[in-house]
Design a protein around this ligand. Structure first.
Ligand code: CA
Length: 707
């Protein structure tokens, strides 16, 4: 159906130019799908539809919407095939709707156990489904790959792709390539060994597997990756914690198929631990961390790789969205891929052999490297950035959440621009000093850094500076010139993915609660619809019966809101509403009004802990709690604001949750296996301290985030 839409695009343009006043009447038989998460195999997220365009986009309104069951992060791009719209949601649930009317056709809940959430670094999210010949494929947070009948939602098969005794998860969308469904996994913050697998679409039997990091025992895996590791990759690793941790290198998002060259590309994540000094003795590039790897799709055999961040040590993943394009270079058309990973540089790479063509910054303020040496393909690093060598703290831009995270970017062949949902979230790194930061644990991040530097000091000016330093930006990057053509600044980070269309438009939802459209060539804002909730997902667009729709999910969610604390800034004031929203020209549907905000009495318990106990609690909080409950225990809309928790005054009730796991069905498992009763009580003293301090010093922040 997509090809039909593509061929009809010029006709549609004519039709809408002549009949913009009544688009539904323009052509009753025209349909166009969005049948792949990234639109098509090239994943440019560019639609040839132009009925909605830069002259009428301000008339967009809500056609229909559906509230979703779980107030967690919603990161999926809606996929539309043959008039049916499919999404995956938090907790790996799948929903199918009539794409025109919004009628729910079926839903599927794989029944993931609540306690699995503690193994998800970045919320229990899911970024989408793959549809192929009547089958729907998706991954689950507990590592299963499931095939459903796309018409009925009936399960056809499922297979466990991971060892569930380890903290593996799946959040990325599978891709269907040549009768195989390809899937990766996540978990590199905790300690797993990354790989990509190909399963037969018919029965879910494993066809090949490619590991991204070496076998810890130095043995062959009987996998597609064995040859290249024996030949070249093993020797890029030295002795270190990777042998215990698995090394990381998870392929948790981008996997794309090159139809021109019959090659499969995937982006590889960070190492475990992050700290290269601990991971690999500070020696070696550690292939294939932070690399784009090309393999033969039929066998999984290695073809080429390009490593964007050798000897990765800042959580600079290369998992971000890969776009395939063609670019004239010195008069010759080259098949290239575009990539804007966490590390802040935009890469143009030759798809034939992985040669680096250019690497230019897409954000300002990058301080870990000044650029790339194109002769060697390697970054020109700032020596101070390698904190484990200097033994000095380093505040890096970008930080671990990246100048660009998973939020998909898009490419418009007409403007030649790539639209990147960029951001600035600085992060401090230092070697672990305390015993609790040094120790590997089953629960919580095992990344080999000291957490104290990630916790803001008790200084309200620092709090305000942290909010000001954390920003977002829509960047229109020109890969031909290596320059930013235009940009739109946002007051907060973690804005939604982008989509661009032949209507000279770029669409993006924001973390501050608006769905926006800009002209693709100039960046002029043409639409800003209030959406009641933050938006992190990317939109898609489709046409049914001659009428064009734009679909996306609202919610706050994912890694940044979990960990942000005060740096979440204005986004903290928005509720988290999980919802599928579909727009059309002249849409008249309206959301129900938001419920009245309840009165909150900020009444901190009496502090019974000593300064020493509070300090100990702060260290324990940083190591065990911060990545889900936010810096300074500030909530975020989907994990609670602990500073006003009902159990905070009560040692026994607090311990029943933190030690005993009374709320494990929501993901808050008991930490009794790694924290003593005294340690759990010290964490309580610290959170009481945060509650009292906030009331005394920052009364404007005593309004808790709505949930
Ligand atoms: Ca990571």
């Amino acid at each position: 159906m997509r090809r039909l839409g593509f061929l009809l695009a010029p006709l549609l343009l004519v039709a809408c130019q002549s009949q913009t006043s009544d688009p539904a009447a323009s052509d009753a038989v025209v349909n166009a799908d969005w049948d792949n998460i990234g639109f098509d195999a090239k994943e440019q997220r560019h639609s040839p539809l132009s009925q909605i365009n830069d002259s009428n986009v301000s008339e967009l309104g809500i056609a229909w919407f559906k509230d979703l069951p779980d107030a967690r992060g919603q990161e999926a791009t809606p996929v539309v095939v043959d008039g049916k719209l499919y999404i995956s949601t938090a907790w790996s649930k799948v929903f199918a709707y009539d794409a025109k009317t919004g009628e729910e056709l079926w839903s599927y809940d794989p029944g993931v156990a609540g306690e699995k959430a503690v193994d998800a670094c970045c919320d229990v999210v899911n970024r989408g489904v793959a549809i192929n010949r009547g089958k729907l494929f998706f991954g689950t947070i507990d590592g299963r790959l499931i095939a459903l009948d796309a018409n009925t939602g009936a399960r056809l098969w499922e297979t466990q792709t991971t060892d569930n005794s380890k903290p593996y998860t799946i959040t990325g969308a599978p891709r269907v390539v040549k009768n195989m469904v390809i899937i990766g996994n996540g978990g590199a913050e905790f300690g797993v060994r990354g790989y990509v697998s190909a399963y037969n679409v018919r029965d879910g039997l494993l066809k090949w597997r490619f590991y991204t990091v070496p076998n810890p025992e130095g043995k062959p895996d009987n996998a597609a990756s064995d040859e290249i590791f024996a030949k070249a990759a093993n020797k890029t690793w030295s002795d270190g914690e990777w042998k215990e941790s698995g090394g990381g290198g998870t392929v948790w998002d981008s996997i794309v198929y090159d139809e021109d060259l019959d090659q499969l590309y995937f982006g590889v994540g960070n190492g475990n631990p992050w700290n290269h000094g601990l991971r690999s003795g500070g020696e070696g590039d550690n292939l294939f961390l932070s690399s784009i790897v090309a393999v033969d799709p039929d066998t999984g055999k290695y073809l080429w790789h390009y490593q964007e961040t050798p000897a990765e040590t800042w959580d600079y993943t290369a998992t971000q969205h890969i776009i395939q394009a063609e670019l004239p270079i010195d008069g010759k058309m080259r098949k290239v891929l575009y990539h804007a990973p966490k590390n802040g540089f935009f890469f143009v790479i030759d798809r034939l052999d992985g040669t680096l063509i250019s690497a230019e910054p897409f954000v300002e303020g990058i301080n870990w490297a000044e650029g790339y040496d194109l002769a060697t393909g390697r970054p020109i690093e700032n020596p101070a950035a390698r904190f484990y060598k200097t033994k000095e703290p380093f505040v890096a831009i970008p930080g671990a959440l990246g100048a660009h995270n998973w939020h998909p970017m898009s490419y418009n062949p007409k403007t030649g621009l790539v639209y990147i949902p960029a951001q600035q979230i600085p992060q401090g790194y230092e070697v672990p000093v305390s015993e609790i930061d040094k120790k590997r644990e089953r629960l919580g991040f095992n990344v080999g850094i000291g957490w104290a530097i990630g916790q803001l000091p008790d200084d309200k000016d620092v709090y305000k500076a942290a909010i000001a330093a954390t920003t977002g930006r829509l960047v229109a990057f020109n890969p031909k010139t290596g320059k930013v053509e235009w940009g739109v600044d946002y007051p907060a980070a973690w804005n939604g993915g982008t989509m661009t269309t032949a209507g000279n438009l770029v669409f993006q939802g924001t973390s501050t609660g608006f769905f926006k459209a800009y002209s693709a060539d100039k960046g002029t804002e043409l639409l800003s619809l209030p959406m009641q909730s933050g938006i992190v997902s990317a939109p898609s667009t489709y046409m049914i019966d001659g009428e064009q729709y734009v679909a996306f999910l609202t919610s706050k969610g994912g890694a940044f809101p979990l960990v942000a604390g005060v740096a979440g800034g204005v986004t903290r004031q928005l509720p988290n509403i999980p919802r599928l929203v579909v727009l059309k020209l002249g849409g008249k549907a309206a959301f129900p009004p938001l419920p009245e905000k309840g009165e909150v009495t900020w009444d901190p318990p009496v502090q019974t802990g000593t300064p020493e106990q509070i300090a100990a609690g702060k260290g324990l909080y940083g190591r065990n709690c911060l990545v889900c409950h936010g810096d300074s225990a500030i909530g975020n809309g989907f994990t609670p604001d602990l500073r006003i928790s009902g159990v905070l005054p009560d040692t026994q009730a607090w311990a029943s949750i933190v030690t005993g796991g009374a709320l494990k069905q929501h993901g808050m498992v008991g930490f009794g296996s790694q924290l003593s009763d005294a340690q759990v009580e010290n964490i309580r003293h610290y959170v009481v301290n945060r509650s009292i301090w906030t009331k005394e010093n920052l009364p404007e922040m005593t309004a808790p985030t709505p949930r």
